[in-house]
Design a protein around this ligand. Structure first.
Ligand SMILES: [Zn+2]
Length: 332
């Protein structure tokens, strides 16, 4: 039976929508490692974005996620992260599911087989993101930002990490003396504003990654105020995955190491919502022969191309386990 779609009901049904209670990094860690993994059934997720064909790097991450779920005798959820309507394509969704099944990936809940936490397409979950946005806005965590990407770059005039973009210099951040955080503009009003989450400058965000071990990032130094609702009226990756991972009661997030820093941002969102965070396991990235990280433009390494070349699922899995055993975090 499908649950009612009221966002508040769905969020409350997870049992995690509690009052905002500030808590320390120490509490983050204890939540990650004592309460969750022992008493709760393992729930992992595969969350591909249908913006291109899956490549061997995605496949390996999904394979690791499946192995971890199997080892814990847990469930695996397939979630279609198709929130970006401009880049997500229906044809890629179909190809993605087909290629994943071809490789031997299996899931117990998903857009194709249903489950108690649906819908499993982000494009069908907008009401949840809007409710979450309103909660952050009402709680005074957000402020509107009118800067373009170019403005941010100009204000910085400094090199930045190509993956993460520049650290926002706080141009639109309200003055603490007159916070003005209660601008009540609705995200649906299409006002061409980014809404940013104000990070606690100088606070150390720590977590223990299942693969990379202890991680520490400093808010305001390693990352700045980040966008939770985009000027084109789309919830950001950070907001949508936190809302969904919490609502779907995911206990461990397995994903690529390019998202380690995003985890620090997401832990701040978990805290602001009063959700307890899942455990995290980031997989070392697969690179091509030249040492360049794989991207969807690496057509030759897409599962689709490999299939067309006559590579069998067994051969693909063999290749993944070779890559996997050379991974840095000691998984066998
Ligand atoms: Zn701004």
């Amino acid at each position: 039976m499908k649950p009612a779609l009221s966002p508040e009901i769905l969020l409350q049904a997870t049992g995690r929508l509690t009052q905002n209670t500030p808590f320390s990094s120490h509490r983050f860690r204890s939540l990650l490692f004592s309460e969750r993994m022992n008493s709760v059934q393992y729930r992992g997720r595969l969350a591909p974005s249908p913006t291109g064909y899956l490549h061997i790097g995605h496949a390996r991450t999904f394979w690791i996620a499946q192995q971890r779920a199997e080892a814990a005798r847990g469930n695996l959820v397939l979630r279609n992260d198709d929130i970006d309507a401009v880049r997500a394509k229906m044809s890629f969704t179909e190809a993605m599911l087909e290629d994943m099944r071809w490789l031997g990936l299996r899931w117990q809940e998903g857009p194709d087989c249903g489950g108690p936490f649906g819908p499993y397409e982000q494009s069908q979950r907008r009401a949840l993101y809007e409710a979450a946005f309103k909660k952050l806005q009402t709680g005074g965590w957000l402020y509107p930002c009118r800067c373009s990407r170019k403005d941010v770059l100009r204000a910085l005039q400094a090199p930045h990490d190509a993956d993460e973009g520049p650290i926002y210099p706080g141009t639109c951040r309200p003055n603490p003396a007159s916070p003005g955080l209660s601008d009540k503009k609705d995200p649906c009003s299409k006002t061409k504003l980014n809404w940013r989450f104000r990070v606690p400058d100088g606070e150390s965000i720590e977590f223990v990654d299942g693969c990379f071990g202890r991680q520490q990032f400093v808010a305001g130094r390693d990352f700045g105020d980040f966008v939770v609702w985009r000027h084109d009226d789309v919830p950001s990756y950070q907001l949508s995955v936190v809302v969904d991972d919490a609502a779907m009661q995911i206990t461990e997030v397995v994903r690529g190491a390019d998202l380690l820093l995003s985890t620090a941002r997401q832990l701040l969102l978990y805290r602001a919502f009063g959700f307890s965070p899942p455990a995290f396991y980031h997989c070392p990235l697969v690179t091509d022969e030249a040492g360049v990280r794989l991207a969807k433009r690496h057509d030759s390494l897409s599962l689709r191309t490999m299939r067309l070349q006559g590579i069998t699922p067994e051969m693909a899995r063999e290749r993944m386990s070779r890559e996997w055993s050379s991974a840095q975090c000691g998984i066998k």
